[in-house]
Design a protein around this ligand. Structure first.
Ligand code: SF4
Ligand code: SF4
Length: 435
């Protein structure tokens, strides 16, 4: 007989004991982006936990109203960081979304979600879609679409159109990149879906820095998507199948599996909860900043003022806050200015900015206003979704601000140091340290 827990049925139900650890203190409320914008108790962590618990205790059903408040959650996990009782909000939300997908009302934006999830996690399809976008942009059609405001009645399509600026040429990394200097070990590199197509330079710089730090870098050709988007959408079966395939694509003898996209790294570190057979793989996952902070990279000066945005799934999901800052501070000449509300979600949140564009826009406006306060012309952040979202916000406000992944600044500093050495004493034929 199928197990039931109130309105929840079968496997993957949220844990009732975990739900009961919330003591309703409200300390998390000011940290919750949706509560800050909407001011509604049911759009706060405490309100959402109340709803989940009421459903688990059979006092309410999985109604459209229930689903709406859970849909509006960004899954940013800022409430987890704030909570003194240690409520694991992220896993409660994911389990509830799995239940909603299986037993709840149809998602409000089902068709759009279906389209997005049939393209984004599929690198080949995403490549084709982005090639079509490149044509759209370069043919002048984009100028026409914007001038005629033809997308105005379709806010979600308009959000997607506005998000992308240009699409770089495709690049691929060799399957094996040898270590430089003293060998430290062997790591695998996740190339990701969005990262691979929209920020190939971030993958290239990550691989070079890891090699320079003494790691042999394995880049499995067969690797696919990590499944994070599907997990956040409650599509448990698709997520598990991707997690199984990704773990199998990497060899077993790696010291670490390195991710440079916060959302991917966070999901991969938690594979074991949803698929115990992948727990060993999950234990080896590291964000690139966690690995590089242990290395002694040769860095030349970059006279830049930079501010740093904490990607939610790095700061709250993986609790990695200091390593990226420490790395940036090591670059001679670079001034790191702290960003107000640096760990407040920018509104990207996977594909939230496409599904809930109005709320995402409000959060983006808050983020951009804080960036302006810093006076920095460079913003560093460790997640491709945040890079896209914040770059768009800065473009729309006409700001001359560049968005970069921290590894891009580190790679540039390494190149400056190498060029300085060559200029000073090395023979002209000496290979660059980043080659
Ligand atoms: S995950 Fe983020 S948006 Fe959702 S309740 Fe927690 S703080 Fe609020
Ligand atoms: S989730 Fe934590 S911080 Fe928020 S109301 Fe419950 S116990 Fe308090």
């Amino acid at each position: 007989m199928e197990q039931t827990l109130g309105a929840f049925r079968g496997p993957d139900a949220p844990d009732l004991d975990e739900l009961r650890t919330c003591v309703h203190c409200g300390i998390c409320l000011p940290q919750c982006p949706t509560y800050r914008v909407l001011g509604e108790e049911m759009d706060s962590p405490r309100g959402r936990i109340y709803l989940m618990r009421a459903a688990a205790e059979g006092r309410i059903g999985l109604t459209p109203t229930f689903a709406h408040h859970l849909d509006l959650c960004l899954g940013c996990r800022a409430c987890e960081t704030a909570c003194p009782s240690g409520v694991k909000f992220g896993s409660l939300l994911e389990a509830t979304r799995i239940q909603l997908r299986r037993h709840g009302p149809p998602p409000r934006h089902r068709r759009l979600e279906d389209v997005i999830l049939s393209v984004f996690p599929e690198p080949a399809r995403l490549g084709v879609a982005l090639a079509a976008f490149r044509l759209y942009r370069r043919s002048g059609l984009r100028r026409l679409v914007r001038a005629t405001r033809v997308l105005r009645p379709f806010p979600r399509l308009a959000a997607l159109e506005a998000l992308l600026d240009d699409v770089p040429a495709a690049e691929s990394l060799p399957p094996l990149i040898p270590a430089r200097g003293t060998a430290r070990g062997r790591v695998g590199l996740l190339t990701g879906c969005v990262q691979r197509h929209l920020y190939p330079g971030v993958n290239r710089d990550t691989a070079r820095l890891l090699a320079l730090a003494g790691y042999e870098v394995v880049v499995p050709r067969a690797q696919g998507c990590c499944g994070a988007l599907e997990l956040h959408a409650g599509r448990a079966e698709a997520f598990r199948s991707r997690a199984r395939a990704l773990a199998a694509a990497f060899p077993d003898d790696l010291d670490f599996v390195v991710a440079n996209a916060a959302g991917c790294g966070s999901a991969m570190k938690e594979y074991g909860r949803w698929l115990p057979a992948t727990a060993g793989f999950a234990a080896r996952v590291r964000d690139v900043a966690e690995v590089l902070v242990e290395a002694d990279l040769p860095l030349g000066p970059l006279p830049l003022t930079v501010t740093y945005h904490d990607a939610c799934h790095l700061a709250h999901g993986q609790r990695v806050r200091q390593a990226p800052r420490a790395l940036l501070r090591r670059i001679p000449g670079l001034t790191l200015v702290e960003l107000g509300d640096s760990d407040l979600c920018c509104g990207s949140a996977g594909v939230y900015n496409l599904l809930e564009p109005a709320l995402a826009r409000e959060l983006l406006a808050l983020k951009v206003a804080r960036i302006v306060e810093t006076g920095a012309r460079v913003v560093a952040t460790g997640n491709p979704g945040c890079l896209l979202q914040i770059a768009q916000g800065c473009r729309q406000r006409g700001l001359d601000v560049t968005l970069v992944h921290p590894v891009e600044l580190l790679a540039r500093a390494v190149a400056v140091r190498a060029a300085g050495r060559r200029g000073a004493s090395a023979p002209p034929s000496e290979a660059s340290e980043t080659d």
